[in-house]
Design a binder for this molecule. Structure first.
Ligand code: NAD
Length: 362
């Protein structure tokens, strides 16, 4: 039964936007099997407008619990998603989740500096963990999160949703199959004009940094998947025009460069000053250009062979299906803590390079 359902779900995920959409309920009726229960921790923008709606379309997991510090939100979500009182927690009583068999997976969607604490507490409660990017605000925290999940024998997955969607998979494939030869150059940049000046994103204690932690991490991750290589050194520069808004510990605009073992080089910008979102990959015999390259979609791109005609999918649905499939079948997920840790090590090196003005080996 399991295999049949899994095979069906693969096909379903691959074609869901080109054929009339089957509802998750119809799939469940055809292939009854327990869905993993997911609890969202932190009911802000991303949980509200992306993850919760996605969990209404997933076939192997569903929203069964919430963790929030705001009682009014609990009331709204309880009604909207039919969540029983016994599956509603706050940040203080969260650890009691250990005694709740409805909840298999805890999805941490809090400000960056809270990821570490809630991942450790979820692991201690014996729950699998999905944690948003950036996985932590330091390498040390990231390593502790990986160790805690290993010790508790639970999976840790980072919410790198792009790894589950077709355009990104094609960029990865080109690095591997070398249709256009070796990668020689990458330019990857992501920024947006931050308008909410009260946001936790501008508080270094909660964010751990500026746009690099928030969206620059996508450009960093893109250089790694576009080359299929790990950088060997970084250089970086920051520009701050509004120090009254961007306090110490929060960069405003950051430029950085990386060298790769093959000789490929990359150049990047991340900023809270302007909207930009692109990926350019130069190969020996061609190139790829995507813009937008990291949004929820639709993503758009072309290569030397023409327009990239790929399925437009709901990233968060495929992400959670992929992670929960790994949990159900007891196999490694494709965005583990180690993937997040690699980015954290590079971010620390980039911040160090920006501060010292020197090339930093990694
Ligand atoms: P948000 O500000 O909209 O939500 C944060 C939530 O945390 C709110 O519900 C807030 O009430 C709660 N919270 C608890 N303690 C808090 C505190 N001390 N200060 C501030 N808020 C507190 O933020 P968001 O945009 O939903 O981002 C949450 C996480 O999700 C971040 O780590 C972010 O990087 C990540 N994210 C990922 C994606 C993606 O595409 N993968 C997109 C957006 C955000």
């Amino acid at each position: 039964m399991k295999n049949t359902r899994r095979d069906f779900l693969k096909t379903f995920a691959a074609t869901s936007l080109t054929v009339p959409m089957l509802s998750a309920l119809q799939v469940e009726a055809a292939f009854p099997e327990k869905k993993l229960g997911v609890a969202l921790v932190g009911l802000g923008y991303y949980a509200t407008y992306q993850l919760a709606p996605a969990l209404e379309k997933t076939t192997n997991c569903r929203l069964v619990g919430i963790v929030t510090g705001t009682p009014e939100k609990a009331e709204t979500w309880k009604k909207k998603y039919n969540i029983p009182d016994k599956n509603i927690y706050n940040y203080q009583n969260f650890d009691q989740i250990a005694n709740n068999p409805d909840i298999d997976v805890v999805y941490v969607v809090l400000p960056n500096s809270m990821h570490h604490e809630f991942t450790l507490r979820a692991a201690k409660a014996g729950k699998h963990v999905i944690c948003e990017k950036p996985m932590a605000v330091s390498v040390k925290e990231a390593e502790e999160m990986i160790a805690a999940c290993k010790a508790a024998n639970v999976q840790l997955a980072i919410g790198y949703r792009l790894h589950y969607e077709p355009f990104t998979n094609e960029v990865m494939r080109l690095a591997k199959d070398k249709d256009f030869g070796k990668v020689t150059f990458v330019e990857a940049s992501f920024g947006f004009p931050l308008r909410d000046l009260k946001a936790w994103r501008l508080n270094p204690k909660l964010s751990g940094g500026g746009p690099m932690m928030d969206v620059g991490i996508y450009a960093l991750n893109a250089a790694r998947y576009a080359t299929g290589e790990e950088p060997i050194s970084v250089t970086a520069q920051t520009v701050k025009t509004r120090p009254d808004i961007y306090l110490p510990g929060i960069e405003e605009t950051l430029f950085w460069q990386m060298k790769f073992p093959s000789g490929a080089v990359s150049n990047h910008t991340t900023t809270y000053n302007s909207g930009l979102q692109r990926l350019y990959v130069g190969y020996e015999n061609g190139n790829l250009e995507m813009s937008p390259a990291y949004d929820y979609g639709p993503l758009k791109g072309k290569t030397s062979k023409g327009e990239m005609k790929l399925l437009i999918v709901y990233h968060q649905v495929l992400e959670m299906e992929g992670i929960c499939d790994a949990i159900i079948n007891n196999k490694p997920n494709i965005t583990p803590g180690e993937e997040g840790l690699r980015d954290m090590k590079l971010i620390e090196a980039i911040f160090k390079a920006a501060k010292t003005g020197k090339e930093v080996k990694v």
